[in-house]
Design a protein around this ligand. Sequence first.
Ligand code: NAP
Length: 255
Amino acid sequence: MKAMSFQGKVALVTGSSRGIGRAIAGGLAARGARLALNHPGDDADRARVAADAIRAEGGEAEVFPADVSHPGEVRRMMEGILGRYGGIDIAVNNAGICPFRSLFDITPEEWDRVLEVNTRGIFLVSQAAARAMVERGGGGRIVNVTSISGLRVTDPRQIAYSTSKAAANMLTRCLAVALASHGITVNAVLPGTIPTDINAAVLSDPSVVRAITDATPLGSLGSPGDVVSAVLYLASDDASWVTGSLLVVDGGYVA
Ligand code: NAP
């Protein structure tokens, strides 16, 4: 087992202004990675605070705003990262949205938006990152933060979300096969429920929390740190023979 160091590696984490993405960025930076933070750009302060926190710890971080579902913005983001750091070694596709809407409430526009951000976003960012990795040679790592909701229906109001995450799981495998000959591995982490802004309203109901923890063999909700550990492993040299895998991190919920 090699020491899990990311010294000098350039890592992009999409959706890293808060929540799980911010924790992943912090975990990579603490182990020496040079961070490209990202968010859609409509709340610049939050991302700037995240970058400042990494710099205050002695790390390197810069914010590259982009809506991951927008090809032009993703292209500009990647140009910015390559201009600033000269390359990219690790891309973590973490950005995601999850409106809770039942079958008869969700509009076609909301449906499209969820699939645009959660699935097309991974495709666009992976394509741009992989192009840069292939051009430079030397391989790379792509890690997608999908969800156990892509394996089974965890909440009927996540109809678009679950579909987008199931597609993201399959996209992970497609990318793994497409990029294997270039030494680029592609894997996914599938978290269970982790309290963040994305589910704060739903989890404010104690009966919802109780139902989830009762159905979780390890008996608790997760934390962003649980996801960080899994992402760090898949992004590390230790995982050099792991690709196309879907790593469930959910306290046993789907077991
Ligand atoms: P969160 O706290 O709501 O954070 C979402 C992040 O994504 C924010 O940084 C947000 O930026 C960014 N984002 C949203 N739309 C974007 C876009 N179009 N382009 C770029 N960035 C965008 O959610 P979270 O819980 O940390 O979720 C992170 C990932 O984990 C998501 O993919 C989610 O589906 C997945 N996940 C979460 C859970 C859970 O229970 N929390 C479980 C399974 C999977 P702004 O701050 O600017 O809005």
